[in-house]
Design a protein around this ligand. Sequence first.
Ligand code: SAM
Ligand code: SF4
Length: 330
Amino acid sequence: MSKSPLIDKYDRQLTYLRLSVTDRCNFRCYYCMPEEGMDFAARQELLSFDEMYNLASLFCSLGVNKIRITGGEPFVRAGIIPFLRRLSKIPGLEEITVTSNGSLTSAQIKALQEIGIRKINISLDSLDRERFFRITRRDRFESVYASIFQLLESGFGVKLNCVVAEDKNIQDIIPFVELTKKHPLVVRFLEEMPFNGSDTFLLPQWSHREIYQHIQDHYPGLEKLQSEPTSTSVNYRVPGYKGTFGIIPSFSRTFCGTCNRIRLGATGEFRTCLYGPPSLNLRDLVRQGASPEELEREIRVAISNREKDGFAAEASVSQKRHESMSVLGG
Ligand code: SAM
Ligand code: SF4
């Protein structure tokens, strides 16, 4: 008999797991982590591949049908490809997607295709090498940019994630939209969120409204597209362009009413909202010998306590220091 799905008290079913496979990264994006002094988890603190596989299987038996692999940078973890291959066989799992900084993806294209992964999100915040360097603190623009077109040519559905911020990349917004003229890309503009691994965060000057207005000033005839009910982005097309673009109110949080996401961090922290504290640590329970039934019970309790939205979740966080997105599993 199949188990009852994970549904919170606001009637949202949780079907989408974001799994952070490592907190480590070969980049140091300013909005995600400090340039120096990141305190990465020791190897034994990370969930092992077996632990991740077993937890992912448990989540899929509870109705999760999509897993996004994220991090940190997923491709810096040795053994990631065999793990993805194993994951792809889990009953009920319909789709695996990956979010990557694109610096190590070229070498993995064939393996990803063989596993059946068809969609990948690449983070790219600028089309200019200098600005890219200032944002990521790594001089890797050319290889990341080239990997996007290799992925497209290999038939992947590619979305580009671009975090918009004053003094960083405003001049890139229109060129990014222009990139969708000839290429079937989806560019998504995100508001900056406070997950930068430090205790400072300035309210973003560029909300989804400013981003939309800026683009609309350039392209008055924008076509608004239908989106999935659980989509976090509001999507548009410049008429006649091959690709599309979306705006994600990631800081304004206007999409919480239909959010179907849960997160498992690299060290086992389980979150029902990006903005909230971890509900429990599944790694610790697993290592204490909890049975699948006990794990399921704890997961259901966490889901039943899920907050209404990201503002309510944030209100329950006491610490001033903002976790790095690489720890949360963005
Ligand atoms: N390293 C991979 C990458 O950069 O795509 C995967 C992990 S990264 C934490 C996942 C996504 O979170 C990226 O698209 C990144 O741009 C986004 N992100 C990280 N910190 C953010 C922040 N403070 N505000 C908004 N988006 C953020
Ligand atoms: Fe690394 Fe991704 Fe964070 Fe940038 S956003 S530092 S690439 S984990």
